[in-house]
Design a protein around this ligand. Structure first.
Ligand SMILES: C[S@@+](CC[C@H](N)C(=O)[O-])C[C@H]1O[C@@H](n2cnc3c(N)ncnc32)[C@H](O)[C@@H]1O
Length: 435
């Protein structure tokens, strides 16, 4: 978009009579922004390039990191996303010729991030896809031996027998289809992308749960056909990414890092952009448990993994017996109000803010002087109490040494419906902190 072109930007009034700035598509790098202003960003690129390869809860819409990268960095700069999830920031960084690092504690996130950010030779990919599709049509349940079906808790509860056989067959066909690990992983992620839909679990819930009331119908061959469909679509998506990939920029997805403890030196990064988990909202290990079982990333209890997640619900009774204070007045008032209703939830909320403070300190350490940390975070409700994470984090950031340069809202479009304001997680807040 040419510098100064604001033709896709206009002022609108929403159904509550509030003024918002609506931006359609790419956000102009020099968009004027004032403190507290709210925007309605309309995204067209959610599935563009490799972004649409797999669902991921609370994923960025690509125009947002693209805009922040353009606005706050230069080509060849080094960018950090300490809660990278499905790597939306990193895909955009690569396509804008910026080096980047993707940190996440979740093995599924790291696996997905790798697949989405590695270009693939189109010719080899097409040959493999062809080979796989030809094999799929030969499927006969007798071709699968029970002993080859992966073992995991409540397997028969999650999947119909015929689906277990089909998925086992698909996985075997993929593993034998090519020696190229990049291609193999794309195919495995394509298998993963159909798992929720072909399981007995509700497709439209971040938690993995079977709801009898849904009467979800699963037919034989469902896994085979859905997988074939997604494999073809995903090969187009990765080709689209590969065609746009024309850079020497690098991406690291290191192991052994946590958003609170980074193995990077002081004053290392030019910019950090992230959306951390919400307090007490998405249980990522539970969301992807079936996918992880099939990919061989987990096979039993998820509690060890859950403990590493910020916002976790895995807490000990002796931790939440007494009230904890974080040292920021409005957060402490809110934690106290929740404590009166539910001490456990109060501790989860406190721990979330505490862990996010550790993260903000750690990012401060690794940012170059003058570098920015941009955090996109919403509010949510805990025991009916409005928990305004973004405000608490913004105020606490000043104790660490950051200067709050700017803060503004981005309406979440799927919640743009007529329900009382307080009942929605309706706005993500973008806080721009400067070291
Ligand atoms: C809101 S998601 C990020 C989504 C991402 N912006 C995207 O576009 O896909 C938050 C992520 O934080 C990760 N996470 C939770 N606790 C973490 C920790 N201690 N260190 C690093 N990542 C963590 C979760 O696994 C999840 O992927």
């Amino acid at each position: 978009m040419p510098f100064g072109d604001l033709s896709n930007v206009k002022e609108i009034t929403n159904e509550f009579g509030e003024t918002l700035i609506r931006v359609d598509g790419d956000i102009p790098a020099d968009l004027p922004v004032s403190d507290g202003q709210r925007f309605l960003f309309i995204s067209y690129d959610q599935s563009k390039y490799s972004h649409g390869i797999h669902k991921y809860p609370a994923k960025f819409f690509p125009e947002l990191p693209r805009w922040l990268i353009n606005r706050y960095s230069q080509p060849n700069d080094l960018i950090l996303d300490p809660f990278a999830g499905s790597a939306t920031t990193n895909i955009e960084a690569l396509l804008l010729n910026r080096n980047s690092v993707a940190i996440d504690v979740d093995p599924f996130a790291k696996y997905l991030a790798k697949v989405k950010t590695i270009p693939i030779d189109k010719f080899e990919l097409n040959k493999t896809v062809d080979r796989i599709l030809k094999q799929l049509v030969t499927f006969n349940p007798k071709m699968v031996e029970s002993k080859d079906i992966p073992e995991f808790p409540y397997r028969e509860n999650w999947f119909a027998k015929e689906i277990l056989l089909e998925l086992t067959f698909i996985k075997k066909v993929i593993l034998n289809s090519t020696n190229d690990n990049k291609i193999k992983n794309l195919c495995l992620i394509s298998m993963s992308s159909v798992i929720r839909a072909v399981s007995n679990a509700d497709d439209n819930c971040t938690r993995t749960v079977v709801r009898k009331k849904l009467n979800k119908e699963i037919y034989p061959s469902f896994a085979l056909t859905k997988f074939a469909e997604n494999l073809i679509i995903n090969s187009y998506r990765i080709n689209d990414f590969t065609n746009r990939f024309n850079t020497n920029a690098t991406l690291e997805i290191p192991d052994g890092n946590d958003a609170r403890f980074l193995t990077y030196p002081d004053n290392h990064f030019d910019l950090a952009i992230t959306s951390p988990p919400y307090a007490n909202a998405v249980d990522y290990p539970r969301t992807h448990q079936l996918e992880m079982y099939w990919l061989g990333l987990a096979n039993g209890s998820l509690s060890k993994l859950k403990e590493t997640h910020i916002g976790t619900e895995v807490v000990m009774v002796n931790e939440y017996k007494q009230l904890h204070k974080i040292g920021e007045e409005s957060a402490d008032k809110k934690i106290e109000a929740i404590y009166k209703l539910d001490p456990r939830r109060a501790y989860i909320a406190y721990k979330y803010i505490y862990d996010m403070t550790l993260n903000m300190k750690e990012v401060y350490r690794v940012l170059k002087p003058g570098g920015r940390y941009i955090i996109v975070v919403g509010n949510n409700r805990i025991k009916g109490e409005l928990f305004e994470s973004w405000k608490y984090l913004m105020r606490l950031s000043e104790n660490i040494g950051y200067k709050v340069e700017n803060y503004f809202g981005s309406e979440i479009i799927k919640h743009f419906i007529k329900v009382p304001r307080e009942e929605r997680i309706n706005t993500d807040w973008i806080i721009v902190l400067k070291k």
